[in-house]
Design a binder for this molecule. Structure first.
Ligand code: UD1
Length: 422
């Protein structure tokens, strides 16, 4: 397994282009199952999670033409669709469950493996299931697979209120509702930019959707959807991650394609910690205001709150702050697996349940550490960049799921980082 070697080396300066959002692309791709006409996604990121979704869609009978220069992903589901999403693919990535809604809407039935264990908590699927049941699906669990069937062969619109504003459940229900008979209203819908991106793409395909970005989404079902070309929204988590590079090391970095509205709550916390973030025409410019980073308290929340997917990276920054910060993780239980690794680098962190108390230290020290999930991996790289000496992060396959050309992008701003091939 590859590892990443990082050497702490002071201020970082330069420009980083931000890719299209992994999480948006992972929900836009299954939307191809809703139509017989081609769907073309531009600005799709080159990531192993996208390759996994490609494999899944191909196994279902869709055609996917890979990424080319200019990053285009062409999808089409003209032929007969296989409605079984196999465990061997689904277990690799939870977002595979996003084929359930589209398959059910198009075929009237679907068999999708449950994703299984996940390192950052239980992550059940009850909200997806209850939402689709409200649309008239009958769903039962057999041998680890969800067997879903639309009563009467077709889904029907319904009003529902989600117990939690789940991103994946909102996406699955939205896609299913586009081809249902009648009107669907999702109350307490997730409001993430990836949901807005999905709604915009579905609308281009002919869907009738209103209210995306608010907690009430209304969908009027139509008989069929057509093709579309859609540009994937900027990856706000990749954006936030690289914003932390000049924050933790000093210097000034411009993130091309960055937009403040995608990371407003995060940028506000950075501002309180002593990091300046300004919108330019090309993106976001980030620099340390001078002096040491100050401690801030952070609570993760659904959008527009502070994203859980930036909590690990923010913790790396706060490890070097003046004072004590309290981080509360409200979205996923068990999402502090980076904390023991940061301790190996000299951080002072105490974790009690969903709360981590971080007492800033003057300097972190390089160490051998292990990546436990996607965002934890990159938090250890950030910590390594700010540390004295060398840090080796092992198990970096997690990183390739969500960060394209990560070493190249960090090197572009002057970081000492290299991949050690196993
Ligand atoms: C998506 C993102 C992930 C991000 C998360 C929260 C993708 C591919 N992944 O994941 O990177 O960390 O949003 O912003 O877009 N829950 C239930 N029952 C369900 C579904 C969810 O209880 O049926 C709970 C989860 O356990 C979790 C919370 O709801 O505590 C939020 O999860 P959800 O928004 O569904 O996350 P994902 O869509 O899986």
């Amino acid at each position: 397994m590859d590892s990443i070697l990082v050497k702490g080396n002071g201020a970082l300066n330069g420009v980083i282009p931000i890719a299209g959002a992994k999480n948006a692309c992972l929900t836009l791709m299954p939307a191809t199952l809703l139509s017989e006409e081609p769907l073309t996604l531009t600005n799709a990121p080159r990531l192993s999670d996208i390759a996994t979704m490609t494999q899944l869609l191909q196994s279902l009978g869709a055609e996917v033409a890979g990424l080319q220069e200019g990053k285009v992903l062409a999808l089409s589901s003209l032929g007969p669709i296989n409605h079984v999403a196999d465990y061997d693919i689904v277990r690799k990535m939870r977002a595979s469950n996003l084929v359930l809604g589209p398959l059910l809407a198009r075929e009237g039935h679907a068999v999708v493996s449950l994703p299984g264990g996940c390192a950052i908590g239980a992550r059940p699927m009850d909200l997806h299931i209850h939402g689709l049941e409200a649309l008239g699906a009958e769903i039962e669990l057999k041998d680890g697979y969800l067997h879903a069937k639309a009563k009467g062969g077709k889904l029907r619109g319904a009003q529902m209120t989600l117990r939690m504003a789940s991103v994946g459940a909102t996406e699955n229900i939205m896609m299913a509702a586009t081809l249902a008979k009648g009107t669907t209203v999702i109350n307490n819908a997730a409001r993430e930019p990836e949901i807005v991106d999905l709604a915009q793409c579905l609308r281009k395909m002919g869907a009738q959707i209103e209210g995306e970005g608010s907690s009430r989404i209304e969908i009027q079902g139509v008989d069929r959807l057509g093709g579309a070309t859609h540009q994937v929204v900027t990856d706000r988590i990749e954006l936030g991650t690289y914003m932390l590079a000049p924050a933790i090391c000093g210097g000034e970095v411009e993130l091309l394609g960055g937009r403040m509205h995608l990371v407003a709550a995060f940028a506000e916390k950075l501002d309180q910690a002593g990091v300046s973030v300004t919108q330019t025409e090309a993106g976001l410019k980030v620099s340390r205001k001078g002096g040491r980073i100050r401690a801030v308290d952070v609570t993760t929340e659904p959008f527009p709150g502070f994203p859980t997917d930036l909590q690990a990276q923010m913790m790396a920054l706060l490890c070097t702050a003046e004072g004590t910060s309290v981080l509360e993780e409200k979205i996923f239980e068990n999402r502090f697996m980076h904390a023991p690794e940061l301790l190996r680098m000299g951080a002072q962190i105490e974790v009690h349940g969903g709360t981590a108390t971080v007492k800033g230290v003057e300097k972190l020290r390089g160490a051998r550490v292990m990546a436990t999930d996607l965002r934890a991996s990159v938090s250890l790289i950030l910590a390594g960049l700010a540390a004295e000496g060398e840090t080796v992060v092992s198990r970096v396959y997690h990183l390739d799921r969500g960060y394209e050309r990560v070493e190249e992008k960090f090197r572009g701003i002057g970081a000492h980082i290299e991949r050690i091939k196993a």
